[in-house]
Design a protein around this ligand. Structure first.
Ligand code: DX5
Ligand code: ZN
Length: 224
């Protein structure tokens, strides 16, 4: 099932609830929340207080993508604030197995993220623990960057591994997903689509979300 997770990073934070509602009305099934600490990535964004406010404003699951160096101490706080899904970077977690269990123990769906330079093979030992694998198709830190095509090979490799091992994690993609790239992304096997600037940065937010979903779903029908 193809689902859209608009990244609120590109929304107008002064009107966050309205922007989120518009995206949901356009068909977004969840909202993607980009948390950056200024250490793991060269940018600072938001933390649990924003998640808490957003939780009151919308009903859809909140998909929190932690781009932080030291995630463990913050996981209880994000869970308490209303995060539903929490993903952490393979590159940032020395004790990844422990961190994924910690997320699950707080009642959230655990996810793992890999940067463009990180091979899929680094995840083989945790694939049975995760609810979703997020493939970065840009180097994390900023919205509005250009899609890195090698992400398509990684998505396809994950889909193959999932079938071989009879697992059921979901495959998510993040970065540079727009009307031009979304078709290739779903054909490669991604089913959770994160999109920031393509949804929030121009025109009508609801219409942008609807068009992106429609384009993605049309491409699935042509998947080999
Ligand atoms: C990048 C973030 C993304 C970003 C996506 O570090 O993880 O979620 O907001 O933005 P676009 O869709 O504009 O590439
Ligand atoms: Zn993200």
């Amino acid at each position: 099932m193809i689902e859209l997770a608009p990244s609120i990073l590109s929304a107008d934070f002064a009107h966050l609830a309205d922007a989120a509602q518009a995206a949901i009305q356009g068909g977004a099934a969840l909202l993607h929340v980009d948390v950056m600490d200024g250490h793991f990535v060269p940018n600072i964004t938001l933390g649990p207080p924003v998640v808490k406010s957003l939780r009151k404003a919308v009903k859809v699951p909140l998909d929190c993508h932690l781009m932080v160096e030291n995630a463990d101490p913050f996981i209880p706080e994000f869970a308490e604030a209303g995060a539903d899904w929490i993903s952490v970077h393979q590159e940032a977690c020395v004790h990844l197995d422990r961190t994924l269990h910690l997320i699950a123990s707080h009642g959230c769906k655990p996810g793992v993220v890999i940067n463009p330079a990180t091979p899929v093979e680094t995840l083989t030992e945790v694939l049975d623990l995760v609810h979703h694998v997020l493939v970065m198709s840009v180097n994390p830190g900023f919205g509005g960057q250009k899609f890195i095509p090698n992400a398509l090979n990684k998505i396809a490799a994950l889909a193959r591994l999932r079938a071989e091992r009879k697992l059921d994690f979901r495959i998510e993609v993040d970065g540079g997903v727009d009307l031009e790239t979304v078709g290739d992304v779903v054909k490669a096997g991604a089913e959770l689509l994160v999109a920031g600037s393509a949804v929030f940065s121009h025109g009508d937010i609801g219409a942008n979300a609807a068009k992106l979903l429609e384009t993605a779903r049309a491409a699935v029908l042509t998947r080999a």
